[in-house]
Ligand binder design. Sequence first.
Ligand code: PEP
Ligand code: MG
Length: 866
Amino acid sequence: MKKQFVYLFSEGNAQMREILGGKGANLAEMTRLNLPVPQGFVVSTEACNDYYDKDGVISDVIKDEVIKNMRSLEKITKKNFNSNDNPLLVSVRSGSRASMPGMMDTVLNLGLNDEVALVMAKNNERLAYDSYRRLIQMFADVVHGVDKKHFDQVMDTIVDKYEVETDHDLSVIALKEVVERYKETFKREVKEAFPQDPEKQLMQAIESVFKSWNNDRAIYYRRMHKIPDTWGTAVSVQEMVFGNMGEGCATGVAFSRNPATGTKELYGEFLFDAQGEDVVAGTHTPLQISQLKETMPKQYAEFQEISNFLEKHYHDMQDMEFTIENYKLFILQTRAGKRTAQAAVKIANDLVREGIITKKEAIESLDLDIIDGLLHPQFKLEALQSIEPIASGLPASPGAASGLIVLSAKKAVEYSDKGRPTILVRMETSPEDIEGMNLSLGILTARGGMTSHAAVVARGMGKACIVGSSDLRVFEDHVMIKDKKYFEGDQISIDGGTGFVYEGQIETQSVAIAEDFDNILTWSDEIADLKVYTNADSSHEIQTALDFGAQGVGLVRTEHMFFEADRIRAVREMILSTNEMQREVALSKILPIQRDDFEKIFRTVKELPVTIRYLDPPLHEFMPTTTQDIEELATVMSMSVHEIRDTIRSLHEFNPMMGHRGCRLAITYPEIALMQTRAIIEAAINVTKEMKDNVLKPEIMIPLVGDVAEFNFLAKKVKTLADQLIRESGVSINYTVGTMIELPRACILADEIALEADFFSFGTNDLTQMTYGFSRDDAGGFLKSYYKLGIYGDDPFSTLDTSGVGELIKIAIDRARKVKPNIKIGICGEHGGDPRSIAFFKSVGMNYVSCSPFRVPIARISLARD
Ligand code: PEP
Ligand code: MG
């Protein structure tokens, strides 16, 4: 069958979004519902893709179909395109499958030329020339990229010449002059005359809309909202109705509910005697929609009725464009309205209360990127409007923060002692920076990806963080942002949700989480089959996660506990030990501190499962880097600076992420694992005694296992000691010993490992790194070229690569469950908080996802969605 590329509105419906785009599908649907919609046709997204497949040529087949549909539209409207007899003018607008407001282009009044203007002028001279000048300017802008300023200059001169206030007040004579001058401007800028052939105008306009799919702002918007480049845009061609015909005419945009607060009321703006772009262009001050009620009560009531009807029909708040031509109301567009997080939550609740949507629909309706804003401070929107970012990077942890630049953890401490807020700016962070990160309001790094240390730790702390900003260079006592120098103490602001860095201070605001949001979370839990755990390293973080509704702890990274000032020295002593005895002495200093940490954690989680991961990073990460720290350590250890430097050098590895880390550390130094076992089990015994109830569920997790023999070697040692301690204590502790699955080899051999391990937790950060074979910390740089070239669509460290890494996960789960059907399986990589990855984890039969505390609500909602 011949492929159809163009559809009349009357041939489509709301389900045809993929082909007709959101706008086209909704216009078709409203036509089907007999609403007052000016008629037209849609050139489909498939035509757009065909245009790109043919390297930027609209095929004759498509052109013929456009013309054929134009003939049908002429019949429907009883008007004529390309004729002086009752002329038909149209608007040409873009409309992709996902709404991309303002991202692409629109041309109005298409079909006008000198002769058509003369014909129209017989009825309404003003309308004819007002519409014509608008067409010339929009056509120049959209089709030829001519800057609006050239036309604005002409308009300003004429407004001055005729001594009026705005273009609205120009006489017909003046408008005619505008048209002539605009045509001259067009010719000067475009180097050809404004096209008089309406069909040529139409084809050029359609082509420009196709092209606008790939303009910079559309590409940027797609990347931000993860919209595939392959979707293409449709083009709707619709009969013009005129809000600029004089008395009884108006045009405007309105939401069916207030998009800022969610209150149920028509909310929007309009202008009398104007065309659509006047309302949004900011050149005229629009009126509040409530004023329409006073002047045109009948039309207002009709609009209100249609608004209610559309909400009920689409089960969502609507954003509508309307025009009133000679007291007759037309709806030009409807779509789901963008809204603030508070409004989204209120509207979802209200629509459930009003019986318009189900709880499940309420959960599905939420834009999770926006909802995330409820959980972190945000910049005030008004403040952002007048300011441009000075740099950008990866949006690693959402939230907005303003503070003074500090370049070291030490400086952060110094400033924070004086009560001054800081932003820690580093080349990249290392565990040494923990305290500085904790004290700062935000973190900005020049290097690193979405699972780098800074990203992971900041997310855990719920702090704003941007990583991998290539606009930034960090030096000892200053930073360069692009070509400008900044020093410690200079004020910057960062938005970890968008990845933008700003100069100076920007006001932030926090939003209180209200009852309505709790309702959404409760409804989500009723629907979800999987649990949400958290990745958290301290009792404080765990408490935050529990308050957000976490049902367990999926990952305690014990090394993060090693970095606090009171313990790093002992850890360094341990590393510098040259024999087992020395190491035991150092470990015995760490033991009480770790035990104390675990006691706090157990008291916080009580009966909930808590998965504690043994030491994981390569040891050199714990060594001092500054001369001062090295000298200090040398004194404490009674060693020479030279010896310390030698040891640091000996720990150097070319590929530390693939080196002596994970379970490999404990295999070479089992006393580390034994110390950690003792700390966990003794803490569990102590807390169980306090609680007089053996409810604790510690889960001991061995990282980076690639062979069951590695697991067995360590599990045996851990269990022997744990059992002995428990026996001696006289209380019973139900601990388990499991492993992280972070290596492709572990996935393939998952059945062998499952026979021995009590549980699996997928470490998808490492699993992604090891599967792709590129570093989670360094890949950011070249991945940018990959996104640009369309080789990859998403950052695989943010959104799980379901076809590669995901396939390994499926293999592992299948093989593990074959030998141990009830083995507990979860995920604790950063993907555990990403909605699209969560959809995958649901589909492969995991028991839980684990994510950073501030991500818990988003994960709960995601698990309830289809
Ligand atoms: C992982 O690799 O996914 C993981 C959770 O461990 P880490 O990020 O600490 O390596
Ligand atoms: Mg890992």
